[in-house]
Design a protein around this ligand. Sequence first.
Ligand SMILES: Cc1cc2nc3c(=O)[nH]c(=O)nc-3n(C[C@H](O)[C@H](O)[C@H](O)COP(=O)(O)OP(=O)(O)OC[C@H]3O[C@@H](n4cnc5c(N)ncnc54)[C@H](O)[C@@H]3O)c2cc1C
Ligand code: SF4
Length: 585
Amino acid sequence: MAVLPKKDVVIIGYGAGAGPVSTELALAGYDVVVLERGPYRTTAEDFAKGALDTLRWNTRGEFLPPLQDVPLTFRTDLNQEAVPTNYIMANTVGGASVHWSGQSWRFYVEDFRVKTTLEQLYGPEKLEYLREDGANIQDWPISYEDVEPYYEKVEYYIGVGGWPGNIQGQIRPVNPDDGNPYEAPRQRDYPFRPLRDNATDLTFREGALKLGLKPFHVPTAITTEPWTSGYGVQRAACTYCTFCTSFGCWNGSKSSSLVALLPVAEATGNFEIRPNSHVLRINHTGDRAVSVEYIDLVTGEVHIQPGEIFILGAYTFQNVRLLLYSGITSNGLVGKYFINRAGPSVSAIFEDRYLNGYNGPAVQRQGVDDFNGENNAEEKLQLPDDQFFVRGAFIGSPSQRTPLETYNAVPPDVPRWGAEYKRYLSDNLNRYIGLQLLAEPIPYETSYIDLDPNYTDRFGVPAARVQRQVKQNEIRMARYIFEKGKAILEAAGAAKVWGRDTPVASATMTHDCGGLRMGHDPSMSVTNRYCQMWQVPNIFVTGGALFPTMSGHNPTETIWMLSFWLADAIKDNKVNIYNSEDFRS
Ligand SMILES: Cc1cc2nc3c(=O)[nH]c(=O)nc-3n(C[C@H](O)[C@H](O)[C@H](O)COP(=O)(O)OP(=O)(O)OC[C@H]3O[C@@H](n4cnc5c(N)ncnc54)[C@H](O)[C@@H]3O)c2cc1C
Ligand code: SF4
C-alpha cells in the first residue's frame, strides 16, 4: 500500500458539487487532487462518437456503476430487511452533471427559512399532523441574500439561461418573453435566453393561461447561443438534438462540471484528477482527517493519499456511507433527515394536434409555480383539515420523447404488449404529454441513510441503506397536485388524461438530499454554514446532502452555488480548519 505525497486539498468524487470548489481553489494556488471512481470520458471521444445511442446511454445505462461496486438498499418498513435497488447517478468524471437534464433554478427566498415561514403562515395547530409524523424541519444557516452573488456566479461562470421574472424586486409581467414572476429577486439578468418552445410547451402554456395561471420558460443550463463563460470557456449553441437527458452532450452545450469547470482547473497546473480511483475510507484521529485510502480500479492497487483539507463530493449516499464506514457519525446525525421526492404523475393524449415532444431536449419546457412553495398559501388554508398540506410542486411540460424512452406512454386501458399496444403507440406517440410534477418532500425522523447489515460491496464495505416512508403531507399534496396538473391538460383540450394521484417512495430519484444537513447548532446539524463538519473541521461537504429542507425545484444550481460559497470561505479564511465553531459570518 503506497503512501503518496501530501496535498493541500483532497477531493472525493468529481460531480456537480466538487466542480466549483476544486476549480476555485486550484485558481487560488492550492495544490488539489481529485479522486474520482468513474472513467475520464470526453465530449470529443465518447459523446460525439456515441451520440444518439439510446440503447447504450439510456436503456443499458453505460454511465452507471456496477451494483457490486456501489450497492444501495431500500426499505419503507423499518421492521423489514432492506432489498438491493438500482443506483441511477453517473459514475464518470463530471458525475451526474454530465448526463443530467439541465433544469436549473435558484431556490426561493423562503426555501432557506421553511420552518419560520410555516410557523408564521399557519401556526402550531395547523402543523400538528407534521409533528405527529415526526417531521424535523429546520431553517438553513444561510439566507438567500447571503448567497445571491453565488447563484449569479453559477449562471455566468457555468452557464444558465432564462428569462428573468424578478430583477431587483421588479416583477416582470406574464408574457412569453418573461420569466417566473415568483422567483427570488436577482441583481442581473441571465447571461443568455432559455430554450425555445415546441408544440408540447405551447399546449401546456395554453392550458395554464386558460386557468389564470402564470406560465413561464424554465431556466436551463444549456447554451442556446455561442457563449463564452466568465472563465473564458467557449461553448456552442444547442442543436435541439433531443438525445440529452441520460446522455453526455456531444456538442458541449449542456453545462456540467466536465465542460464548464474542469478545463479551467486543469489549466492551472496545480490540479490533478485521478479517474478510476474508488475511495474506501477516510483515516482520521477523531477530530482531524489525515488521509484517504483508495483503490485504483484499473490496477487493483490500494493507495493512501494524505492531505490538509478533505472535501466530500461523492453524492449523498456515498458521502454518508464513507463517513459512517470511517467511524465519523456526528453523534448519530450523519445520515439523518434524508429527503427525496415522491410525487404523483399525470399524462394525456391530444387528438387534435401533434405535440412534437420528440423534437428537443427534456428541459425544453414551460412550467408554472402557482402551486409551489407557499405561493398558494391562501388556497391551502381553505382546504378541510384532513386535506391541508404544506409546501408544493413545480409543474412543467418535458420533451425528449424518443421512441425507446416513451414506451410506456399508454393509458391504463391499453395493453402493454402485442399488436394493439404497438398500434396505439405508433398512432399516439406524437400526441402524448407527460407532466413533470416536482413535489417537495419533508425531512422526517424516520427517513435516513445508514449502513446495511446484510449487503456489502466487493471491497467489503457495507452498502448504503435508505429508509424512506410516505407520510400524510405527501399523500395530501399528491392528490392536490394531480388535480392541478390534470386541470391544465384538460383546459388545453386533452382528449384523455390519466395518472397516479398517490406518491410512491423510492431510494433514489436523482434529487436525493439531506443526510449531512447544515445548521446553526452542532447538536442539530452535521456542518456549519460553510459546509464544514462540526466534528472534523478539516472535512467539508458538497452536494444536496447539506440541504436541511428541499424545494419544489431541482437542486443542482443550489449545489453548485454552495460549492462556490464554500470555496470563498476557505480562500478568504472565513473558516478555521482546526475549529469549526470559529468561523466568520
Ligand atoms: C438523469 C438525470 C437527470 C437530472 N436532471 C436534473 C435537472 O434537470 N436539474 C437538476 O437540478 N438536477 C438534475 N439531476 C440531478 C443532478 O445530476 C445532481 O443533483 C448532481 O449531479 C449531484 O451532484 P453531486 O456532486 O452531489 O453528485 P454527482 O454529480 O453524482 O457526482 C458524484 C461523483 O462522485 C463519484 N464517487 C462516488 N463514490 C465515490 C468514491 N467512493 N470514490 C471516488 N469517487 C466516488 C461518482 O463517480 C460521481 O462522479 C439529474 C440527475 C440525473 C441522473
Ligand atoms: S439537446 Fe442540446 S444540450 Fe442536449 S445533447 Fe443535444 S445539443 Fe446537447
